[in-house]
Ligand binder design. Structure first.
Ligand code: C2E
Ligand code: MG
Ligand code: MG
Length: 406
Protein backbone atom coordinates (compact mmCIF):
# COMPACT_ATOMS: atom_id res chain seq x y z
CA UNK A 1 0.00 0.00 0.00
CA UNK A 2 1.20 3.55 -0.59
CA UNK A 3 2.89 5.08 2.41
CA UNK A 4 0.75 7.49 4.42
CA UNK A 5 1.64 11.11 3.77
CA UNK A 6 2.85 12.87 6.86
CA UNK A 7 4.30 16.32 7.51
CA UNK A 8 7.43 17.81 6.02
CA UNK A 9 10.82 16.53 7.27
CA UNK A 10 13.73 18.92 6.96
CA UNK A 11 17.49 18.59 7.45
CA UNK A 12 19.62 21.67 8.13
CA UNK A 13 23.38 21.49 7.58
CA UNK A 14 25.58 24.26 8.95
CA UNK A 15 28.90 24.33 10.71
CA UNK A 16 27.97 27.36 12.76
CA UNK A 17 25.88 26.41 15.75
CA UNK A 18 24.06 29.72 15.96
CA UNK A 19 23.08 29.79 12.28
CA UNK A 20 22.05 26.13 12.31
CA UNK A 21 19.89 26.45 15.41
CA UNK A 22 18.22 29.51 13.99
CA UNK A 23 17.43 27.75 10.71
CA UNK A 24 16.11 24.73 12.64
CA UNK A 25 13.80 26.96 14.66
CA UNK A 26 12.66 28.73 11.50
CA UNK A 27 11.82 25.44 9.82
CA UNK A 28 9.81 24.33 12.88
CA UNK A 29 7.98 27.65 13.08
CA UNK A 30 7.15 27.35 9.37
CA UNK A 31 5.34 24.06 9.90
CA UNK A 32 7.96 21.32 9.40
CA UNK A 33 7.05 18.37 11.65
CA UNK A 34 10.56 17.07 12.08
CA UNK A 35 13.85 18.92 11.73
CA UNK A 36 17.18 17.11 11.74
CA UNK A 37 20.52 18.90 11.95
CA UNK A 38 24.11 18.18 11.03
CA UNK A 39 27.32 20.18 11.27
CA UNK A 40 28.87 18.99 8.03
CA UNK A 41 27.79 17.35 4.78
CA UNK A 42 29.59 14.16 5.78
CA UNK A 43 27.68 13.94 9.09
CA UNK A 44 24.51 14.69 7.17
CA UNK A 45 25.14 11.85 4.75
CA UNK A 46 25.54 9.38 7.62
CA UNK A 47 22.39 10.72 9.23
CA UNK A 48 20.40 10.44 5.98
CA UNK A 49 21.56 6.91 5.33
CA UNK A 50 20.23 5.90 8.74
CA UNK A 51 16.72 7.20 7.96
CA UNK A 52 13.95 4.84 6.97
CA UNK A 53 12.57 7.17 4.33
CA UNK A 54 13.90 10.17 2.38
CA UNK A 55 14.00 13.61 3.94
CA UNK A 56 11.78 16.10 2.10
CA UNK A 57 14.07 19.10 2.19
CA UNK A 58 17.75 19.75 2.87
CA UNK A 59 19.07 23.24 3.54
CA UNK A 60 22.82 23.37 2.94
CA UNK A 61 25.76 25.52 1.85
CA UNK A 62 27.85 24.25 -1.06
CA UNK A 63 31.21 25.77 -0.09
CA UNK A 64 34.43 23.78 0.19
CA UNK A 65 34.80 21.64 3.29
CA UNK A 66 37.12 22.51 6.14
CA UNK A 67 36.75 19.06 7.61
CA UNK A 68 39.61 16.56 7.17
CA UNK A 69 38.34 13.72 4.96
CA UNK A 70 35.08 15.57 4.54
CA UNK A 71 33.07 16.26 1.42
CA UNK A 72 31.92 19.59 0.06
CA UNK A 73 28.30 20.56 -0.50
CA UNK A 74 28.42 19.77 -4.22
CA UNK A 75 29.59 16.22 -3.67
CA UNK A 76 26.99 15.89 -0.94
CA UNK A 77 24.23 16.87 -3.37
CA UNK A 78 25.43 14.35 -5.92
CA UNK A 79 25.66 11.53 -3.39
CA UNK A 80 22.24 12.07 -1.82
CA UNK A 81 20.73 12.41 -5.28
CA UNK A 82 22.23 9.14 -6.47
CA UNK A 83 20.80 7.34 -3.47
CA UNK A 84 17.48 9.19 -3.55
CA UNK A 85 17.84 10.29 0.06
CA UNK A 86 16.36 13.77 -0.42
CA UNK A 87 13.39 15.30 -2.24
CA UNK A 88 14.09 19.04 -2.36
CA UNK A 89 17.12 21.21 -1.91
CA UNK A 90 17.61 24.77 -0.68
CA UNK A 91 21.09 26.21 -1.06
CA UNK A 92 22.04 28.74 1.61
CA UNK A 93 25.20 30.31 0.33
CA UNK A 94 27.12 33.50 -0.18
CA UNK A 95 28.77 32.15 -3.34
CA UNK A 96 28.23 33.72 -6.76
CA UNK A 97 24.94 33.20 -8.51
CA UNK A 98 26.63 31.37 -11.41
CA UNK A 99 28.04 28.69 -9.10
CA UNK A 100 24.70 28.21 -7.41
CA UNK A 101 23.07 27.95 -10.82
CA UNK A 102 25.34 25.12 -11.89
CA UNK A 103 24.73 23.17 -8.68
CA UNK A 104 21.03 23.73 -9.27
CA UNK A 105 21.24 22.29 -12.79
CA UNK A 106 23.23 19.36 -11.50
CA UNK A 107 20.73 18.65 -8.70
CA UNK A 108 17.85 18.75 -11.16
CA UNK A 109 19.71 16.46 -13.49
CA UNK A 110 19.90 13.97 -10.63
CA UNK A 111 16.19 14.28 -9.93
CA UNK A 112 16.29 16.51 -6.83
CA UNK A 113 13.86 19.41 -6.96
CA UNK A 114 15.55 22.73 -6.41
CA UNK A 115 13.41 24.68 -3.97
CA UNK A 116 15.45 27.88 -3.98
CA UNK A 117 18.60 29.76 -3.03
CA UNK A 118 18.90 31.94 0.05
CA UNK A 119 21.78 34.27 0.81
CA UNK A 120 23.84 33.91 3.91
CA UNK A 121 23.42 34.94 6.65
CA UNK A 122 20.08 33.13 6.45
CA UNK A 123 17.18 35.39 7.36
CA UNK A 124 13.68 34.29 8.37
CA UNK A 125 12.24 36.33 5.47
CA UNK A 126 14.18 34.35 2.90
CA UNK A 127 13.90 30.79 4.20
CA UNK A 128 10.40 30.88 5.61
CA UNK A 129 8.41 31.25 2.36
CA UNK A 130 10.28 28.32 0.78
CA UNK A 131 9.46 26.00 3.65
CA UNK A 132 5.90 27.23 4.08
CA UNK A 133 5.27 26.52 0.43
CA UNK A 134 6.51 22.95 0.64
CA UNK A 135 4.47 22.41 3.80
CA UNK A 136 1.39 23.67 1.97
CA UNK A 137 2.01 21.35 -0.97
CA UNK A 138 2.54 18.47 1.39
CA UNK A 139 -0.68 19.32 3.22
CA UNK A 140 -2.57 19.37 -0.09
CA UNK A 141 -1.31 15.92 -1.09
CA UNK A 142 -3.38 13.79 1.32
CA UNK A 143 -6.55 15.13 -0.28
CA UNK A 144 -5.71 13.12 -3.32
CA UNK A 145 -4.06 10.26 -1.54
CA UNK A 146 -6.83 9.79 1.01
CA UNK A 147 -9.11 8.85 -1.83
CA UNK A 148 -6.46 6.89 -3.58
CA UNK A 149 -6.56 3.19 -4.12
CA UNK A 150 -3.75 0.78 -4.68
CA UNK A 151 -3.36 0.53 -8.43
CA UNK A 152 -1.32 -2.07 -10.28
CA UNK A 153 0.01 -1.98 -13.83
CA UNK A 154 -2.38 -4.80 -14.69
CA UNK A 155 -5.35 -2.75 -13.42
CA UNK A 156 -4.26 0.12 -15.64
CA UNK A 157 -3.78 -2.04 -18.72
CA UNK A 158 -7.20 -3.51 -18.26
CA UNK A 159 -8.76 -0.07 -17.75
CA UNK A 160 -7.18 1.25 -20.96
CA UNK A 161 -8.37 -1.77 -22.94
CA UNK A 162 -11.83 -1.48 -21.35
CA UNK A 163 -12.01 2.30 -22.04
CA UNK A 164 -12.69 3.14 -18.41
CA UNK A 165 -11.14 6.61 -18.61
CA UNK A 166 -13.23 9.68 -19.13
CA UNK A 167 -12.25 13.33 -19.07
CA UNK A 168 -14.21 15.80 -17.00
CA UNK A 169 -13.92 19.45 -17.95
CA UNK A 170 -13.31 22.51 -15.81
CA UNK A 171 -14.13 25.91 -17.34
CA UNK A 172 -11.93 28.96 -17.07
CA UNK A 173 -13.07 32.51 -17.58
CA UNK A 174 -11.62 35.91 -18.44
CA UNK A 175 -11.30 38.43 -15.62
CA UNK A 176 -12.24 41.42 -17.75
CA UNK A 177 -15.60 40.36 -19.13
CA UNK A 178 -16.26 36.93 -17.62
CA UNK A 179 -16.18 35.21 -21.05
CA UNK A 180 -15.58 31.44 -20.96
CA UNK A 181 -12.33 30.99 -22.88
CA UNK A 182 -11.45 27.33 -22.38
CA UNK A 183 -12.09 24.12 -20.48
CA UNK A 184 -9.36 21.90 -19.05
CA UNK A 185 -9.73 18.15 -19.55
CA UNK A 186 -9.09 16.37 -16.23
CA UNK A 187 -9.10 12.64 -16.48
CA UNK A 188 -11.13 10.37 -14.20
CA UNK A 189 -11.03 6.61 -14.05
CA UNK A 190 -14.54 5.27 -13.85
CA UNK A 191 -13.74 2.09 -11.98
CA UNK A 192 -16.49 -0.54 -11.93
CA UNK A 193 -16.08 -1.19 -8.17
CA UNK A 194 -14.18 1.75 -6.83
CA UNK A 195 -16.11 4.64 -8.37
CA UNK A 196 -14.43 7.69 -9.82
CA UNK A 197 -10.68 7.45 -9.20
CA UNK A 198 -8.78 10.80 -9.29
CA UNK A 199 -5.73 11.20 -11.56
CA UNK A 200 -3.30 11.55 -8.66
CA UNK A 201 -3.91 7.87 -7.89
CA UNK A 202 -2.80 6.53 -11.28
CA UNK A 203 -1.10 9.11 -13.53
CA UNK A 204 2.34 8.77 -11.85
CA UNK A 205 2.26 4.96 -12.24
CA UNK A 206 1.04 5.23 -15.83
CA UNK A 207 3.86 7.67 -16.53
CA UNK A 208 6.55 5.43 -15.06
CA UNK A 209 5.37 2.34 -16.89
CA UNK A 210 4.83 3.79 -20.37
CA UNK A 211 1.06 3.38 -20.13
CA UNK A 212 0.60 7.15 -20.16
CA UNK A 213 0.44 7.29 -23.96
CA UNK A 214 -2.69 5.15 -24.05
CA UNK A 215 -4.29 7.49 -21.54
CA UNK A 216 -3.16 10.66 -23.31
CA UNK A 217 -4.66 9.31 -26.53
CA UNK A 218 -8.03 8.72 -24.89
CA UNK A 219 -8.08 12.22 -23.39
CA UNK A 220 -7.06 13.86 -26.67
CA UNK A 221 -9.61 11.92 -28.72
CA UNK A 222 -12.49 12.51 -26.32
CA UNK A 223 -11.68 16.16 -25.59
CA UNK A 224 -11.35 17.15 -29.23
CA UNK A 225 -14.55 15.24 -30.07
CA UNK A 226 -16.31 17.25 -27.35
CA UNK A 227 -14.87 20.50 -28.74
CA UNK A 228 -16.61 19.64 -32.03
CA UNK A 229 -19.95 19.09 -30.27
CA UNK A 230 -19.65 22.40 -28.42
CA UNK A 231 -18.70 24.29 -31.60
CA UNK A 232 -21.74 22.84 -33.31
CA UNK A 233 -23.81 24.36 -30.48
CA UNK A 234 -22.19 27.75 -31.08
CA UNK A 235 -19.78 27.47 -28.14
CA UNK A 236 -16.35 28.51 -29.34
CA UNK A 237 -13.98 27.59 -26.53
CA UNK A 238 -10.51 26.07 -26.40
CA UNK A 239 -9.86 22.72 -24.77
CA UNK A 240 -6.68 22.04 -22.85
CA UNK A 241 -5.06 18.67 -22.21
CA UNK A 242 -2.35 17.81 -19.68
CA UNK A 243 0.84 16.11 -20.85
CA UNK A 244 3.50 14.51 -18.68
CA UNK A 245 7.10 14.91 -19.76
CA UNK A 246 7.13 11.31 -21.02
CA UNK A 247 3.97 11.83 -23.03
CA UNK A 248 5.54 14.95 -24.49
CA UNK A 249 8.57 12.98 -25.61
CA UNK A 250 6.66 10.82 -28.07
CA UNK A 251 8.08 11.92 -31.43
CA UNK A 252 4.74 11.42 -33.18
CA UNK A 253 2.74 13.51 -30.73
CA UNK A 254 2.36 16.78 -32.71
CA UNK A 255 1.22 14.85 -35.82
CA UNK A 256 -1.15 12.77 -33.74
CA UNK A 257 -2.83 15.82 -32.27
CA UNK A 258 -2.97 17.51 -35.69
CA UNK A 259 -4.61 14.41 -37.13
CA UNK A 260 -7.33 14.29 -34.43
CA UNK A 261 -7.91 18.04 -34.79
CA UNK A 262 -8.25 17.60 -38.56
CA UNK A 263 -10.72 14.76 -38.20
CA UNK A 264 -12.97 16.92 -36.05
CA UNK A 265 -12.31 20.21 -37.83
CA UNK A 266 -11.00 22.00 -34.75
CA UNK A 267 -8.57 24.90 -35.38
CA UNK A 268 -5.19 24.27 -33.79
CA UNK A 269 -5.28 27.47 -31.74
CA UNK A 270 -8.31 26.06 -29.92
CA UNK A 271 -6.22 23.19 -28.55
CA UNK A 272 -3.92 23.86 -25.61
CA UNK A 273 -1.36 21.49 -24.14
CA UNK A 274 -0.32 21.84 -20.50
CA UNK A 275 3.12 20.81 -19.29
CA UNK A 276 4.29 21.30 -15.70
CA UNK A 277 6.92 23.93 -15.04
CA UNK A 278 9.46 21.30 -13.98
CA UNK A 279 9.05 19.51 -17.33
CA UNK A 280 8.87 22.77 -19.27
CA UNK A 281 12.33 23.96 -18.29
CA UNK A 282 13.97 20.71 -19.23
CA UNK A 283 17.20 20.67 -21.17
CA UNK A 284 16.17 17.40 -22.81
CA UNK A 285 16.42 17.83 -26.55
CA UNK A 286 13.41 15.58 -27.24
CA UNK A 287 11.12 17.68 -25.04
CA UNK A 288 12.35 20.95 -26.50
CA UNK A 289 11.79 19.59 -29.99
CA UNK A 290 8.25 18.45 -29.14
CA UNK A 291 7.42 21.84 -27.62
CA UNK A 292 8.78 23.70 -30.62
CA UNK A 293 6.88 21.49 -33.05
CA UNK A 294 3.63 21.85 -31.15
CA UNK A 295 3.99 25.63 -31.33
CA UNK A 296 4.95 25.57 -35.00
CA UNK A 297 1.75 23.61 -35.57
CA UNK A 298 -0.18 26.45 -33.96
CA UNK A 299 -1.27 24.72 -30.72
CA UNK A 300 -1.27 26.74 -27.50
CA UNK A 301 1.22 25.73 -24.80
CA UNK A 302 0.65 26.28 -21.07
CA UNK A 303 3.16 26.00 -18.28
CA UNK A 304 1.15 24.19 -15.59
CA UNK A 305 1.75 24.57 -11.85
CA UNK A 306 3.74 27.73 -12.53
CA UNK A 307 5.57 29.18 -9.54
CA UNK A 308 6.52 25.78 -8.10
CA UNK A 309 9.10 24.45 -10.54
CA UNK A 310 11.67 27.17 -9.83
CA UNK A 311 12.38 27.85 -13.48
CA UNK A 312 14.68 30.84 -13.89
CA UNK A 313 13.64 33.71 -16.19
CA UNK A 314 16.40 32.65 -18.64
CA UNK A 315 15.15 29.06 -18.80
CA UNK A 316 11.56 30.16 -19.23
CA UNK A 317 12.44 32.69 -21.92
CA UNK A 318 13.95 29.87 -23.99
CA UNK A 319 10.72 27.87 -24.07
CA UNK A 320 7.97 28.55 -26.61
CA UNK A 321 4.98 28.82 -24.24
CA UNK A 322 1.91 30.98 -24.75
CA UNK A 323 0.57 31.11 -21.19
CA UNK A 324 1.19 30.13 -17.59
CA UNK A 325 -1.19 28.55 -15.12
CA UNK A 326 -0.29 29.77 -11.65
CA UNK A 327 -0.22 26.84 -9.23
CA UNK A 328 -3.12 26.60 -6.85
CA UNK A 329 -0.74 26.45 -3.87
CA UNK A 330 -0.03 30.14 -4.59
CA UNK A 331 -3.65 31.05 -5.26
CA UNK A 332 -6.09 29.27 -2.94
CA UNK A 333 -6.57 31.33 0.21
CA UNK A 334 -3.52 33.47 -0.54
CA UNK A 335 -5.25 36.62 0.77
CA UNK A 336 -4.89 34.99 4.19
CA UNK A 337 -1.29 33.91 3.75
CA UNK A 338 0.99 36.90 3.32
CA UNK A 339 4.02 34.59 3.08
CA UNK A 340 2.82 33.40 -0.35
CA UNK A 341 1.90 36.79 -1.60
CA UNK A 342 5.32 37.88 -2.80
CA UNK A 343 5.83 34.58 -4.66
CA UNK A 344 2.48 35.02 -6.36
CA UNK A 345 3.23 38.62 -7.27
CA UNK A 346 6.65 37.67 -8.61
CA UNK A 347 5.26 34.78 -10.66
CA UNK A 348 2.65 37.03 -12.28
CA UNK A 349 5.20 39.74 -12.98
CA UNK A 350 7.64 37.27 -14.51
CA UNK A 351 4.96 35.79 -16.76
CA UNK A 352 3.94 39.25 -17.96
CA UNK A 353 7.56 40.19 -18.66
CA UNK A 354 7.86 37.07 -20.77
CA UNK A 355 4.77 38.16 -22.68
CA UNK A 356 2.66 35.22 -21.47
CA UNK A 357 -1.03 35.13 -20.65
CA UNK A 358 -1.70 34.40 -16.97
CA UNK A 359 -4.30 31.96 -15.66
CA UNK A 360 -4.88 31.34 -11.94
CA UNK A 361 -5.78 27.81 -10.83
CA UNK A 362 -7.53 27.01 -7.55
CA UNK A 363 -9.63 30.18 -7.35
CA UNK A 364 -11.88 28.83 -4.61
CA UNK A 365 -13.61 31.86 -3.21
CA UNK A 366 -14.47 35.52 -3.85
CA UNK A 367 -11.38 36.69 -1.96
CA UNK A 368 -9.11 34.65 -4.25
CA UNK A 369 -10.82 36.11 -7.30
CA UNK A 370 -10.54 39.66 -5.96
CA UNK A 371 -6.86 39.41 -5.10
CA UNK A 372 -5.87 37.78 -8.42
CA UNK A 373 -7.99 40.33 -10.21
CA UNK A 374 -6.26 43.21 -8.38
CA UNK A 375 -2.92 41.72 -9.44
CA UNK A 376 -4.03 41.74 -13.08
CA UNK A 377 -4.26 37.98 -13.67
CA UNK A 378 -5.94 37.45 -17.06
CA UNK A 379 -8.06 34.35 -16.49
CA UNK A 380 -9.46 32.37 -13.56
CA UNK A 381 -10.12 28.69 -12.99
CA UNK A 382 -11.32 27.08 -9.78
CA UNK A 383 -14.26 25.95 -7.68
CA UNK A 384 -15.43 29.57 -7.34
CA UNK A 385 -16.17 29.54 -11.07
CA UNK A 386 -17.05 25.85 -11.53
CA UNK A 387 -15.95 22.36 -10.53
CA UNK A 388 -14.83 19.89 -13.19
CA UNK A 389 -17.91 18.31 -14.79
CA UNK A 390 -18.74 15.68 -17.41
CA UNK A 391 -18.71 16.84 -21.04
CA UNK A 392 -22.51 16.53 -21.18
CA UNK A 393 -22.88 19.34 -18.64
CA UNK A 394 -20.64 21.92 -20.27
CA UNK A 395 -23.13 23.36 -22.72
CA UNK A 396 -25.76 23.95 -20.04
CA UNK A 397 -23.18 25.44 -17.74
CA UNK A 398 -21.84 27.85 -20.37
CA UNK A 399 -25.33 28.99 -21.30
CA UNK A 400 -26.27 29.56 -17.66
CA UNK A 401 -23.03 31.23 -16.66
CA UNK A 402 -23.11 34.90 -15.66
CA UNK A 403 -20.23 36.57 -14.02
CA UNK A 404 -22.71 38.41 -11.83
CA UNK A 405 -23.68 35.05 -10.35
CA UNK A 406 -20.30 34.84 -8.60
P1 C2E B 1 -3.66 20.23 -12.83
O1 C2E B 1 -3.48 20.10 -14.29
O2 C2E B 1 -2.91 21.31 -12.14
O3 C2E B 1 -5.22 20.37 -12.60
C1 C2E B 1 -5.82 21.16 -11.64
C2 C2E B 1 -6.31 20.34 -10.47
O4 C2E B 1 -6.86 21.23 -9.51
C3 C2E B 1 -7.44 19.38 -10.83
O5 C2E B 1 -7.33 18.25 -9.99
C4 C2E B 1 -8.69 20.19 -10.46
O6 C2E B 1 -9.81 19.39 -10.20
C5 C2E B 1 -8.19 20.86 -9.20
N1 C2E B 1 -8.91 22.10 -8.91
C6 C2E B 1 -9.54 22.92 -9.77
N2 C2E B 1 -10.05 24.00 -9.15
C7 C2E B 1 -9.75 23.86 -7.86
C8 C2E B 1 -10.02 24.67 -6.68
O7 C2E B 1 -10.63 25.73 -6.72
N3 C2E B 1 -9.54 24.20 -5.50
C9 C2E B 1 -8.84 23.03 -5.41
N4 C2E B 1 -8.41 22.67 -4.21
N5 C2E B 1 -8.56 22.26 -6.49
C10 C2E B 1 -9.01 22.66 -7.69
P2 C2E B 1 -7.45 16.78 -10.54
O8 C2E B 1 -8.54 16.68 -11.53
O9 C2E B 1 -7.47 15.86 -9.36
O10 C2E B 1 -6.09 16.60 -11.34
C11 C2E B 1 -4.88 16.58 -10.65
C12 C2E B 1 -3.71 16.56 -11.60
O11 C2E B 1 -3.68 15.33 -12.36
C13 C2E B 1 -3.77 17.66 -12.65
O12 C2E B 1 -3.30 18.85 -12.10
C14 C2E B 1 -2.86 17.10 -13.72
O13 C2E B 1 -1.52 17.35 -13.40
C15 C2E B 1 -3.11 15.62 -13.62
N6 C2E B 1 -4.02 15.22 -14.70
C16 C2E B 1 -5.36 15.31 -14.79
N7 C2E B 1 -5.81 14.84 -15.96
C17 C2E B 1 -4.71 14.45 -16.66
C18 C2E B 1 -4.51 13.87 -17.96
O14 C2E B 1 -5.42 13.65 -18.75
N8 C2E B 1 -3.23 13.61 -18.32
C19 C2E B 1 -2.18 13.87 -17.50
N9 C2E B 1 -0.95 13.59 -17.92
N10 C2E B 1 -2.32 14.42 -16.28
C20 C2E B 1 -3.58 14.68 -15.86
MG1 MG C 1 -3.40 21.28 -15.79
MG1 MG D 1 -1.93 22.93 -12.22
Amino acid sequence: MPEAVTGLRVLVIDEQNVTRRMAVKMARDSGAVEVLEAETPLHALTLLEAQERPVDLVVTDVKATSEAGGIDGVEFVRRVAERRLVGHLVIASALEESIIRSVETMARGFGIEFAGHVKRPISPESLRPLIVRLVARRAAAPLLKSRSVHVTVEDLRHAIADKQFVPHFQPRVRREDGAVTAVEALIRWRHPDRGLVPPGAFIPLADRTGLIDGITDVVLEKSIAWARIWRDSGIDIAVSVNLTENALNQPELPERIARIAGQHGIPHERILLEVTEAAAITDAAASLEALARLRINGFGLSIDDFGTGMGTPEQLARTPFTEVKIDQALVTGVFDQPQFFSVLEYSLKLAKQLGLKTVAEGVEGPEDWQLLSDLGCDEMQGYHVARPMPGEEIEGWVLGWHREAL
